[in-house]
Ligand binder design. Structure first.
Ligand SMILES: C[S@@+](CC[C@H](N)C(=O)[O-])C[C@H]1O[C@@H](n2cnc3c(N)ncnc32)[C@H](O)[C@@H]1O
Length: 386
């Protein structure tokens, strides 16, 4: 498609979508809406030629004549760590107003992103409402859960991407690796991991653990404090075995250049980075959009009816939704991590995990049902008693 297309980026944050489309070779007008001054400070330094606006509630009816509308809309009411009000919540519900404008103006492409809990909360109510509004407006749409770790960054970050088009086949883009045909699972690196990420703030949860990756970087936690994941380096000297990434390391783990958010106040940088989309996952979609004319239709198999629950991926055909069993990363393409977790820490910096945090985590781990290697507990105890 035309690399000069106008892109309207809503809830732009620090510009994860903008950067991904830019990297994919889109050079047209960028119009961004973001109402948080700290995020706007980053947007205006990183995208000086973009047109920057504030509240999405002030969107003009013609949507700036954009061909592509992107929205990584607030997850505050959808995320398990949030308020759970769902799509009728004040923050996540903003997408409904956006979709009303989409219904009136019919931009060619719409790309949405949010947390996988959107598929489960209240029986997938948010998906039903969003998909219903798009179908009513004559859009064809599909969605796929993608995990950032399969796109070259050392972070596990699963997000649902929904792609809709007025006149084209979005599945040609989102399933172009033909994952549904082969059922092949992507493999991240095949290396023996030398670093393991975990959250010390939620130590008794299995999901807080990662081999060779950090668990999902968060903008906020159930405790309300955005906190860094911790990293265990089993091969390091005892005093260096437990680290937390620097803010520059965190930016790298989201696929941004180190220092990307330096224009924001220090107190907000963690939250801004944790809120953002992982750039390489969106870049993969943007590259598919750019190459659309060369893509062929994909034959999608293994369909399940959505009445059994929203699967991790699916598509709507004539308003009827079918779920698909597909991988969470492309089965073709650049799967190797440019930088291992260890390398990101070495190059971008890290800080020691405090002894207090280590002790707290060790005692929760003892009470948890998380399965772990004995040497992990040995290291935790030895480090905490330094
Ligand atoms: C999940 S974050 C999106 C992050 C973005 N995708 C990125 O890569 O940084 C949602 C963003 O929506 C912004 N936001 C919330 N309500 C808004 C509104 N009414 N108008 C504009 N932006 C809003 C928040 O400040 C936040 O930056």
């Amino acid at each position: 498609m035309d690399h000069n297309a106008t892109i309207l980026s809503l809830f732009a944050g620090v510009g994860g979508f903008e950067q991904a489309f830019h990297k994919a070779g889109f050079t047209g007008t960028m119009v961004a809406y973001e109402n948080w001054p700290s995020a706007r400070a980053v947007l205006s330094t990183r995208f000086p030629s973009a047109q920057l606006f504030g509240d999405v509630k002030d969107l003009p009816p013609k949507l700036h004549d954009a061909e592509i509308v992107t929205a990584g809309f607030p997850c505050t009411d959808l995320s398990p760590a949030g308020r759970l009000a769902g799509i009728s919540g004040d923050a996540s519900g903003l997408i409904v107003g956006v979709l009303r404008a989409v219904q009136r103006q019919s931009p060619e492409w719409v790309l949405l992103e949010n947390v996988p809990n959107m598929l489960r909360l209240k029986g997938g109510e948010a998906m039903a409402i969003i998909g219903g509004m798009l179908s009513d407006a004559g859009y064809r749409w599909c969605y796929r859960t993608l995990d950032a770790q399969h796109f070259g960054v050392a972070q596990r970050r699963k997000r649902v991407f929904l792609l809709a088009s007025r006149h084209h086949d979005p599945e040609r883009v989102l399933f172009r690796d033909k994952a549904t045909l082969t059922g092949t699972k992507p493999t991240a690196t095949g290396r023996v991991h030398k670093a393991h990420g975990f959250y010390w703030t939620e130590g008794n949860r299995g999901v807080g653990w990662g081999d060779g990756v950090v668990p999902t970087i968060k903008g906020s936690t159930t405790r309300g404090i955005p906190s860094a994941p911790a990293i265990w380096l089993p091969d390091a000297d005892i005093e260096s075995k437990f680290r937390t990434p620097s803010i520059e390391a965190l930016e790298t783990l989201q696929g941004f250049r180190p220092g990307w958010t330096v224009a924001a106040p220090v107190r907000d940088r963690w939250k801004l980075v944790g809120n953002a989309v992982a750039v390489p996952a969106v870049r993969w979609i943007a590259e598919g959009l750019k190459a659309y004319d060369q893509l062929v239709s994909v034959e999608l198999s293994r369909e399940l009816d959505v009445k059994h629950g929203w699967g991790t991926a699916g598509l709507s055909v004539d308003g009827h939704v079918r779920c698909l069993k597909v991988s969470e990363g492309p089965v073709t393409g650049p799967l190797r991590r440019a930088f291992t977790l260890q390398r990101v820490l070495d190059d971008r910096g890290s800080n020691p995990l405090s002894a207090k945090a280590t002790r707290g985590f060790a005692s929760r781990l003892l009470r948890s049902n998380l399965r772990y290697d004995d040497s992990f507990m040995r290291d935790l105890n030895a480090y905490a008693s330094l």
